[in-house]
Design a protein. Structure first.
Length: 114
């Protein structure tokens, strides 16, 4: 059974750092999560990721149009963050794709009802 992924529900409204590469995320529906991004970031290297190993750089994240954006330009969409939060944490691309397939986008649901 597919879950509803409503844009309203998953709107990311606050983000802050905790320890290491853990971010505290708050969504518009009031739900809050701590999400460790290190499984996604640690295996990666390059100009978008390397500076984020410095906690002061990592902490400079901000939310732009519901997207978690780091000062290097690396970003995470609110939908993927919410899916990871609701399903136990960051997964690899294959795992993320499988999790995302469990969700029915709100827009798609509206089209099916009409």
């Amino acid at each position: 059974m597919q879950k509803l992924l409503s844009t309203h529900e998953i709107q990311l409204i606050e983000a802050s750092t905790s320890e290491g590469m853990v971010v505290h995320l708050k969504f518009k529906d009031g739900r809050e999560f701590d999400l460790d991004l290190s499984p996604d970031l640690k295996p990666l290297y390059g100009p978008l990721v390397d500076p984020l190993r410095d906690p002061s750089c990592f902490a400079q994240m901000e939310i732009k149009h519901g997207t978690l954006v780091f000062p290097t330009g690396l970003d995470y969409g609110q939908d993927i963050l919410r899916i990871w939060c609701e399903n136990g944490g960051v997964t690899d691309q294959e795992g993320t794709d499988k999790l995302a397939a469990l969700y029915l986008p709100y827009k798609e649901l509206s089209l099916q009802i009409a």
